[in-house]
Write a protein that binds this ligand. Structure first.
Ligand code: AMP
Length: 113
């Protein structure tokens, strides 16, 4: 299977503005930001969608929320933020590597579009 764009970022084969990295995950700026702060947070393991997460992956997926908490603190996102996971075509998932969007810096409406 060919690498996704996010795998190329993990492997440092294409540039990205990386804001956080640890042994299990990496976070970088979205190339088309939908808010003043828009980060993509991904596990280093290539899992295509939420539907492909196996029980053994669940600690790594939970770890992403811990990373988001750390990043939010580092960036001073005291007004709050939104975390989004798109899964599959109806949700508009474009990159087949599980990722969390971290959005902040403006007011968000509900329900989302
Ligand atoms: P999704 O629709 O949930 O699959 O979101 C994919 C996100 O990845 C979109 O918000 C894109 O703007 C973002 N994206 C795609 N390519 C890159 C890239 N090379 N660097 C940073 N973000 C990217």
């Amino acid at each position: 299977m060919s690498k996704t764009i996010f795998q190329h970022i993990i492997d440092r084969e294409i540039p990205a503005k990386i804001v956080y990295e640890d042994d299990q995950c990496i976070a970088f700026e979205d190339i088309h930001p939908a808010a003043p702060t828009h980060l993509i947070v991904i596990p280093k393991k290539a899992i295509p969608t939420v539907n492909d997460v196996e029980p053994a992956d669940e600690p790594a997926i939970g770890h992403l929320l811990g990373a988001i908490r750390t990043i939010a603190k580092q960036l001073g996102l005291d007004g709050g933020y939104r975390v989004v996971i798109n899964c599959g075509p109806d949700a508009g998932q474009e990159v087949m590597h599980v990722h969390l969007h971290l959005l902040a810096g403006r007011k968000f409406t509900w329900p989302p579009g």
